[in-house]
Design a protein around this ligand. Structure first.
Ligand code: MN
Ligand code: MN
Length: 472
């Protein structure tokens, strides 16, 4: 027989914040909807691995939901798709074109991922093998990227302007690429090095061939054979690498992790998890009369700079293009629309890993299974360089999440003075709107195989949808 609840127990329930795993106390039906949601997410992950692929795929999915590219849209269309250079963009749902000055409900994620890029002059020969030189993109532990199959994705743009799409290494019949490492037998010196130097940046070169042109030994014969293959297949010459964006990402599909399949493992949850859930949320949010935007930024992993990053005027351009479409593009409306908007900065957070629990302070850290992380501030050394959200706005967000049944938790990024980081919130705040960080807790962030809980993925979706549906 259950113990009778004491007065203290009752009072605790009323006064304390106790967040349980979102798996606890649910039924089979709820569990099935959590699992089903991640099936859709995995499909998305498997076809959209780079910022360009993500945006192109969003465009395709959104078209099925009656979103129209703004260039082709009529004034009466209420659902718009916007693209900027094919690497950043937005989905807009316009419920009231007379209310632009009142602001939008906005969720914004980034669609670039940490990865390894080819250099502008990559191809060389050594020891009767051909390799390509790379320059890594974003904060990675370089030693994690060796000895694994890598796929090559991206574009080469010829002098004529012709864009050649490349995707090699995802089909079973495709070859892959790899970065080799030293065998342990001869690694005595290497193993004494600091982890940051075990594999150095200039050692991240991929293996691409070893057969010389016409099977004849000659200087650069293997390099020639590789170039000939690329020329036959894609019509490119060596100089074309200068105007290319070719990215190496782990080859293969997203996988379920665990006997119970409660996790999804994949490279680049950061930030495709917030991208997918945000996209689904704006598709499904039907309750609000407000105007809504889901924004997709590039370049977050290298500081949000550049004209497609959040630290540019891209959000202003997006809002301007939307309101202009409905003939409301005066400067005052634009400024008011930005100022009066509310923004969820949708990016991942670190989940507590029991093996490395020391870097977190448990009461204020993201925990697996406890729902989306609401992060009032980020920053380093005393909240430095952080957008700290106003208490009033955070209150509105948690009220909306509760109303929509989204499990959420409060989370900082690591212990005080442990390190830290930041994402796009501080750049968005420059427009005067309210903004708070809010995203999924991840294990092994920035690694070739990041892990996220299916419950957290689902509740991230519910949180974004609740924000669109219920934010006051
Ligand atoms: Mn991120
Ligand atoms: Mn990141």
């Amino acid at each position: 027989m259950a113990k009778k609840e004491s007065t203290a127990d009752k009072l605790k329930k009323k006064l304390f914040m106790e967040k349980e795993s979102a798996w606890n106390g649910i039924d089979e039906k709820k569990s099935a909807s959590i699992m089903k949601f991640s099936e859709g997410y995995k499909d998305f992950l498997n076809v959209a691995k780079t910022e360009r692929e993500v945006l192109a795929h969003i465009k395709k999915i959104a078209a099925k939901k009656k979103f129209v590219s703004i260039e082709k849209a009529k004034k009466g269309d209420k659902k718009l798709f916007l693209s900027y250079d094919g690497v950043s963009g937005a989905l807009a749902v316009i419920n009231d074109p007379e209310a632009f000055a009142k602001g939008f409900l906005m969720v914004g994620s980034h669609i670039d991922v940490p990865r390894i890029d080819l250099k502008g002059n990559p191809l060389y020969e050594a020891e009767d093998m051909a390799f390509m030189k790379t320059h890594y993109y974003g904060g990675i532990k370089k030693y994690q990227w060796v000895t694994r199959p890598l796929a090559l994705h991206g574009v080469v743009v010829k002098k004529s302007g012709e864009v050649v799409n490349v995707a090699i290494g995802e089909k079973d019949s495709d070859p892959v690429f790899t970065i080799n490492d030293l065998l342990p037998h001869l690694a005595q010196q290497q193993m004494q090095k600091k982890a940051g130097e075990v594999i150095e940046g200039e050692n991240l070169n991929i293996l691409v061939g070893s057969i010389p042109y016409e099977f004849k030994s000659e200087k650069d014969g293997i390099k020639l054979a590789v170039m000939k293959y690329l020329n036959d297949e894609y019509g490119i010459v060596e100089e074309d690498f200068v105007s290319a964006e070719l990215q190496l990402v782990p080859a293969g599909k997203a996988r379920d992790v665990g006997f119970d399949r409660s996790f999804v493992g994949v490279h680049g949850h950061d930030d495709r998890v917030c991208t997918f859930t945000g996209m689904q949320a704006i598709f499904d949010a039907k309750n609000s009369k407000k105007n809504m935007l889901m924004v997709f930024f590039d370049k977050e992993e290298i500081g949000s700079k550049g004209n497609a990053g959040a630290d540019s005027n891209i959000l202003e351009r997006i809002v301007n293009d939307v309101i202009n479409h409905y003939g409301k593009g005066d400067y005052n409306t634009l400024i008011k629309a930005l100022e009066n908007s509310a923004f969820l900065s949708a990016d991942v957070n670190a989940a507590v890993d029991p093996e490395w629990a020391g870097v977190n302070e448990s009461k204020n850290a993201g925990h697996i299974g406890k729902g989306v992380c609401l992060t009032k501030f980020t920053g380093v050394r005393g909240k430095g360089s952080s957008n700290e959200a106003h208490a009033e706005f955070v209150a509105k967000c948690r009220a909306a999440f509760d109303k929509g049944g989204a499990a959420w938790q409060t989370a900082e990024l690591g212990k005080v003075d442990q390190g830290g980081g930041g994402t796009i919130a501080m750049f968005i705040a420059e427009y005067g709107m309210d903004v708070v960080d809010c995203g999924t807790a991840i294990l092994s962030m920035h690694s070739p195989f990041e892990v996220a809980s299916k419950a957290d993925i689902y509740h991230t979706y519910l949180a974004y949808k609740s924000f669109y549906d219920y934010l006051k």
